[in-house]
Design a protein around this ligand. Structure first.
Ligand code: FEO
Ligand code: CA
Ligand code: CA
Ligand code: CA
Length: 732
């Protein structure tokens, strides 16, 4: 979910992710380092390295980014499709020789007994406990054995977990859109149940590589913003999680705004809570009922007093089902009101898809912020489990979690019990990127790095304080403010980590005096420029700052648990005809893109890049690209638009980056899963027609995929992409 459009509607039910809430005074990179990079410092490695990788040569021990003990070979990969042209069509366009089908869309029934989605919003609210939710986002495929257990190498039968990030009102859900004024209870009930996660059993037909939903499966399940949940980890039972619904702070209800995801080597799914401010309000005058530090922490998490959420769920009635969406002091104690509602969101939530009756667990050791997702490093026996995470808001941070327990492959069938072992006890770190291409992971542990009760940002007196208010802990240790961290992913053999920084309209020129939340560029977020574009209706707009985003990557110094790394910028988003210091990666018509968001290495090492863009949408709908990246340090030092030096990876080529798919109008392409045999790719199309309305539709997808004259309401959906010849997707 994203609203980067400078000219976009910000009406109906939508929360602006770009609303900056990080006013911390911790210096941005340029101030910390006090220098820019020398303009023409040659980096070790060079472009020959990328070429050797494309040819499948085993790499020398040094990847060019500093000390490098990795000797992992990178398998030869060759993109095997013709680039898809940019377009504004109202269909999913895939390469010649590929086919696309819809697996499931908003409102489809998971079980028997519910009517087919009618397309007019008449479905009963309670039926969304058994229907596919809205706003498809992150997802993962788990192979399913005949006995109903996880089978990691199975491709023809599995469970697909899909996040339903948010309700794309007014489309689809209600008969006539959202009723104005205080919310109507039946509409809110339906919205609460249309958020969350779906778990579906899917299977291939007797022949072929396509997939269909196994309706009525015992694994078919909806997890919603009303589902009972438990807390695990250090903040479980802490006072800041006490609510009227849980006097001991050990349980809560609901997961919300589930954006990207993760998965575990013990066969569970991680769903991550991002824009929960969509649904949480706070009463006017509430600050006076709180301590000053408590009120400051609420503001740091985007919830000043008197804030009314876009969805206004709390206005639908006085019962706790609605009252709990206002994080306000209304009683004498926290166990008698919902003042801590906000603290119950922003976590990584673990779900065991193979245990349909299990209670999801919010893993507090992984910290609380606008969790985009949680991306694992490959599990290695005898080594800790490692996750990388981003906080998607402007000027927020990149995090890493390292488990205390070391991986024992005997736990690979352990489900939530294994989750407790590896995800309830560990160390959280936040990243600081230095201008010289190095970086550090700074530990966020109670009692270390000034994180104690004497801290002036927050009196950290309990490990649960550091985790619940991880942003304040990160501010305190001087983490680097980034251009909105979205998805990350880890290369399956090299362990190098990639993360999208989708855009930041609030970067200002290096010579400017920043005001408010503005930041000057730094080496890891280096671009500042302003480009004027013509909209489809002939009007113009200026995109300013870093409107097209970039993808940073890093290599840990030593093992994946290291506290130091080297980094470069793998790719810069740009339109192909942009100036050279904007189009730094040399993108062409076959691979230019803007605002990278979804990002995933598949197990073969192919990198998939998805966009959620508002800066290039006059030319093209959002897209999916496939890439064969090199390694950290394979490029050179460049000077970005605005004058800041940075380390850019090798330029893109026709062999290393190619557009694979273009989505329908006004959509975001997000979420990616693939079967172990590489023959079935799943991609989510979120909010097609977002910029339209019930009376002025801009998309009729997915109906438009097969019927150009369709006039159905658009809806989010999962598509299945296969090769007509049954071969591996993306490769030759
Ligand atoms: Fe839900 Fe940051 O995208
Ligand atoms: Ca979006
Ligand atoms: Ca986004
Ligand atoms: Ca996203």
């Amino acid at each position: 979910m994203d609203l980067p459009h400078t000219n976009a509607r910000h009406d109906d039910l939508s929360y602006d992710e770009e609303a900056v809430v990080n006013p911390s005074a911790n210096a941005h990179l340029g101030e910390l380092i006090g220098t820019r990079m020398p303009r023409r410092t040659a980096l070790k490695g060079g472009v020959g390295l990328a070429a050797s990788m494309l040819l499948g040569t085993t790499l020398p021990a040094c990847g060019g980014g500093g000390d490098d003990s990795s000797t992992a070979a990178v398998t030869a990969l060759s993109l095997g499709f013709a680039a898809v042209a940019k377009n504004r069509n109202d269909i999913v366009t895939v390469p010649t020789g590929y086919q696309v089908a819809v697996l499931h869309a908003l409102g489809d029934p998971l079980h028997w007994g519910d009517a087919t989605w009618a397309g007019d919003g008449t479905e009963a609210p309670e039926s969304y406990q058994r229907r596919i939710g809205d706003g498809h986002d992150g997802m993962h495929f788990f192979g399913l054995s005949d006995a109903g257990a996880w089978k990691a190498d199975r491709s023809d039968r599995g469970l697909l977990c899909v996040n339903h990030e948010y309700v794309v009102a007014p489309y689809g859900l209600h008969p006539a859109g959202v009723t104005a004024g205080n919310r109507v209870a039946s509409e809110v009930d339906k919205e609460i149940l249309a958020h969350g996660v779906s778990v579906c059993e899917i299977a291939r037909g007797a022949s072929g590589t396509g997939m269909s939903l196994t309706r009525g499966s015992r694994f078919g399940r909806r997890i919603t913003s009303d589902t009972p949940m438990a807390f695990g980890g250090p903040a479980r039972g802490h006072a800041v999680l006490v609510t009227k619904g849980s006097a001991d702070g050990t349980t809560t209800r609901g997961t919300n705004n589930n954006c990207a995801n993760g998965f575990t080597p013990w066969g569970t799914y991680l769903t991550c809570e991002e824009n929960y401010l969509n649904v949480i309000s706070r009463a006017a005058g509430d600050d006076a009922k709180r301590s000053a530090t408590e009120a400051a922490a609420l503001r740091r998490y985007g919830l000043p007093q008197g804030r009314v959420s876009p969805y206004k769920w709390e206005t639908a009635g006085s019962s706790d089902s609605y009252a709990r969406w206002s994080s306000s002091v209304t009683a004498d104690s926290a166990s008698a009101d919902w003042r801590h509602t906000i603290n119950t969101f922003g976590w990584v939530v673990e779900i065991d898809p193979f245990a349909p009756d299990s209670t999801p667990v919010k893993r507090t050791a992984m910290g609380r912020f606008n969790h985009e997702g949680a991306w694992p490093a490959p599990a290695v026996a005898g080594q800790p489990i490692v996750y990388y995470m981003g906080d998607d808001a402007r000027n927020e941070y990149v995090y890493k979690y390292v488990s205390r327990a070391v991986w024992d492959p005997a736990d690979s069938t352990g489900g939530l019990k294994a989750g407790a072992k590896y995800l309830d006890e560990g160390t959280l770190y936040v990243a600081r990127f230095a201008a010289d291409g190095t970086g550090q992971w700074i530990e966020l542990t109670l009692g270390k790095n000034g994180l104690d009760a004497s801290n002036t940002l927050y009196p950290f007196a309990h490990a649960g304080d550091v985790l619940t208010f991880a942003r304040l802990a990160a501010d305190s240790v001087g983490a680097t403010k980034m251009d909105r961290p979205e998805w990350g992913t880890v290369h399956p053999t090299s362990g190098e980590v990639y993360m999208t920084l989708t855009n930041n309209s609030n970067r200002v020129a290096p010579t400017a005096t920043p005001t408010g939340s503005q930041l000057r560029p730094d080496a890891a977020n280096p671009r500042f420029y302003a480009d004027t574009y013509t909209n489809a209706d002939g009007s113009t707009r200026t995109n300013q700052g870093n409107p097209n985003g970039h993808i940073v990557r890093w290599k840990e110094t030593g093992s994946q648990t290291a506290t130091a790394f080297t980094w470069d910028i793998y790719l810069f988003g740009a339109q192909a005809d942009a100036a050279n210091d904007v189009n730094l990666s040399g993108l062409t018509a076959d691979n230019d893109f803007s605002s990278p968001d979804g990002l995933a290495f598949d197990p073969r090492g192919l990198l998939w890049i998805q966009t959620d863009d508002g800066a290039y949408t006059d030319v093209t709908n959002c897209m999916l690209l496939a890439a064969v990246p090199g390694r950290v340090g394979d490029g050179e030092t460049v000077v970005a638009a605005g004058g800041t030096s940075t380390r850019r990876g090798a330029k893109a080529t026709a062999a290393s980056l190619r557009r694979f798919l273009v989505g329908p109008r006004d959509c975001e392409i997000t979420g990616l899963a693939i079967t172990p045999d590489g023959k079935t790719l799943f991609v989510n199309v979120q909010h097609p027609g977002e910029d339209g309305s019930l009376t002025k539709a801009t998309s009729a997808w997915p109906a438009s995929q097969t019927n150009a004259a369709a006039s159905s309401r658009p809806r989010s959906a999962t598509v299945v992409i296969t090769r007509a010849d049954g071969g591996p997707v993306g490769l030759s």
